[in-house]
Design a protein around this ligand. Structure first.
Ligand code: UYC
Length: 229
């Protein structure tokens, strides 16, 4: 009823993050009125940086086959809900789309490729990064990539999520790898099929950084000034 919808609307605005997540799932199940509430919610919050709660609401609309939802996204969020800022002319539209589709494996590959593109033609040819490449990455671009991952993964994936876990473990790599599912006992997780390419993965599981050439690249990533502002 209209009353029930209104109660969901109120709790969506005022609830804790856990409540908001629950309400979004309920709204997804009640037809057009539910979609209307989610659209109103996204519009109201668009002045603020998108969080994974916005991402969840976006995701419901994105996955809906209701024409009104598709039209709404086309008109209001044609490039998604994350501001795709770049200081080096990179277009993050495809990464946004892959993450909106929850194609985490393709998004992971594109993330690595894009970071090589930021580093320049030598890195693109080499297909991997030097830690000195990472030091000079623009913060804007790292923040865009990171926010795209966070917003479309219920806050589970992203470099800053990995960094927080690593800091909470006293920067201990041997404890970090098993914690995010990159190692089990003495065994490194095998690329690509050993990894979990969906939201059942451990927090911090994605994006991947190949450890074949040591920890310096990921250490440079975690030391980057992008995370401190
Ligand atoms: N791979 O094992 N990885 C590759 C990971 C290691 C290896 C790519 C992550 C350990 C080889 C990605 C882990 C190791 C290749 C990742 C992991 C190893 C390769 C594709 C857990 C052996 C072939 C992009 C830490 C013991 C390519 C890329 C090559 C590829 C990711 C082996 C994303 C997170 C130490 C032989 N692995 N990688 O970088 O470079 O090539 O020879 O980390």
């Amino acid at each position: 009823t209209a009353n029930d919808i209104d109660s969901l609307r109120q709790r969506l605005i005022a609830g804790s993050i856990q409540v908001q997540q629950q309400i979004i799932l309920q709204l997804a199940d009640v037809g057009n009125e539910g979609l209307d509430v989610l659209m109103e919610f996204l519009l109201k919050r668009r002045e603020n940086p998108a969080t994974w709660i916005d991402g969840k609401a976006y995701q419901v609309l994105y996955e809906s086959d209701a024409p009104q939802a598709q039209e709404f996204l086309q008109n209001n969020f044609p490039e998604g809900i994350v501001t795709l800022k770049s200081s080096c002319g990179i277009n993050y539209n495809l990464l946004q789309q892959l993450l909106a589709q929850q194609d985490f494996q393709a998004a992971d590959l594109l993330t690595i490729e894009t970071m090589c593109e930021i580093a320049g033609p030598m890195a693109v040819k080499r297909k991997w990064l030097y830690f000195t490449d990472v030091d000079s990455f623009p913060s804007d671009d790292l923040q865009t990539i990171n926010q795209l991952w966070i917003v479309h993964s219920e806050g589970k994936f992203g470099f800053s999520v990995q960094r927080d876990i690593w800091l909470s473990l006293g920067k201990n790599w041997d404890n970090f790898w098993p914690k995010i599912g990159w190692k089990s006992g003495n065994n490194w997780t095998r690329y690509p099929n050993g990894f979990t390419w969906n939201l059942t993965a451990p927090r911090g599981h994605l994006p991947l950084s190949n450890q074949l050439r040591g920890v310096r690249v990921i250490a440079a990533l975690f030391a980057h000034p992008a995370w401190s502002k």
